[in-house]
Design a protein around this ligand. Structure first.
Ligand SMILES: Cc1ncc(COP(=O)(O)O)c(C=O)c1O
Length: 398
């Protein structure tokens, strides 16, 4: 026994308000049990050769020291060029862009830069699980608005405009809009974005958009950036990154585009959080953003083929699939299988079927809402999806 007293309470209250990431935990479970990993959203196929070469060249050219804290000039210029080409929006790379360690850091740096204790952040649920903890870490309270699963009649995830309106009031600081959406695959329409815009203007609220799946769209769906709507120019932070578009989730390069005053605040937070994103990978990011239009067409077509490979398999064995319009996940309803809940179901899948997926409850504040849902990621090689298909055929109903 030590003569010194044991520490009593060394943890912050904040960390008690959220759990570890379930998505990342599912990847660890998949590795542990040799399951096909359809849980975490990372591709198991190579990044584009030109982009990898650009990273190797940058290291060879000794771009191995800190980049400018808010991002290498070349990358910021490439982001500005593409924002003009894709969204028709002019942004000043010197005053409006901050390169971060992934859009993950971009989101938390933004929330830390704009939120005061007691502020509220509106989040559509089901939601990408980082948004809840990000809000809490920034001192804000997340307020959730439901996205309702598609019905036979509408085929789309929808929200109730009255519920959205009721979530806005004087403490509301920001709304997070993720389109194309993880986990639902929803692509917000112009009409829906107008509703959000009207509320942001009326209640003087900032919109923070997570657009990392902007190039992964199906069935003619069109991505609309909220910042392009009248009235949103000065009250939107647009977040994006290399991870999904160029299949480099491990590189950790993302960015914010924001009005200059907000950018200054984000840059301050970002500098003290991480100093900067990996310098040679920022150079490669500039090369990636220069890929021709055919690259993006191929990316979307490739994902459409993967979606169409996995969905019939899931439907065949008894999942009810909600057809995604964008991003690379399919949310499913598992009620036909007769399991008590999603956690029991994914445990059974990892241990006895050999396929890892994400329990739906991890996308909701109230776990009951996702208790009969499971999300599959299809950003995988055909061989991986085929192996999963063989295993999924063994699922037994209870
Ligand atoms: C909606 C959403 N935002 C952000 C991320 C993380 O992006 P990054 O790798 O740029 O941090 C993910 C990863 O799955 C995601 O689905």
């Amino acid at each position: 026994m030590s003569e010194f007293p044991q520490p009593k309470q060394l943890l912050s209250d904040k960390v008690g308000f959220f759990t570890e990431s379930v998505i990342r935990e599912m990847t660890r479970q998949a590795l542990l049990h040799g399951a096909v990993n359809l849980s975490q959203g990372f591709p198991d196929f190579p990044a584009p050769a030109e982009v990898k070469r650009a990273a190797q060249d940058a290291i060879d050219a000794d771009i191995n020291q800190y980049a400018i804290t808010w991002g290498a000039k070349k990358l910021r210029q490439a982001i500005a060029r593409q924002t003009l080409a894709w969204q028709g929006i002019e942004v000043d790379p010197e005053r409006q862009i901050t390169v971060c360690c992934g859009s993950t850091e971009a989101m938390v740096a933004t929330l830390l830069a704009v939120c005061n204790t007691g502020d509220e952040v509106v989040i559509f649920e089901p939601y990408y699980e980082n948004y809840g903890p990000d809000s809490i870490l920034s001192g804000a309270k997340p307020v959730f608005v439901k996205l309702r699963p598609p019905t036979e009649a509408d085929g789309e995830w929808t929200f109730d405009p009255a519920e959205l309106r009721a979530s806005f009031h004087s403490r509301t600081k920001a709304i997070i809009v993720n389109t194309p959406n993880n986990p639902t695959g929803k692509v917000f329409t112009h009409g829906e974005l107008e509703l959000i815009r009207d509320l942001c203007v009326e209640f003087d609220v900032l919109a923070i958009t997570d657009e990392i799946y902007e190039h992964i769209l199906y069935d003619g769906a069109k991505h609309i950036s909220l910042v392009t709507l009248d009235g949103m120019h000065d009250r939107t932070v647009t977040i994006n990154g290399l991870s999904k578009t160029y299949s480099v989730t491990g590189w950790r390069v993302g960015w914010t585009i924001a009005p200059p005053g907000i950018t200054d605040a984000i840059r301050k937070v970002h500098d003290f959080l991480t100093v900067g994103a990996p310098a040679p990978l920022q150079e490669a990011g500039a090369a990636a953003l220069g890929l021709p239009a055919s690259y993006y067409e191929g990316l979307a077509a490739g994902y459409a083929a993967r979606r169409d490979r996995l969905m019939p398999v899931l439907s065949e064995v008894g999942f009810r699939c909600f057809r995604p319009r964008g991003a690379y996940y399919v949310m499913t309803d598992i009620s036909a299988f007769g399991f008590a809940n999603d956690l029991e179901f994914v445990r059974y899948m990892v241990h006895e079927i050999g396929v890892a997926a994400v329990p739906g409850s991890s996308f909701y504040r109230d776990p009951k809402l996702g208790a009969q849902q499971v999300r599959f990621a299809f950003c995988k090689k055909d061989a991986t999806l085929d192996q999963a298909a063989k295993r999924l055929a063994k699922i037994r109903w209870r």
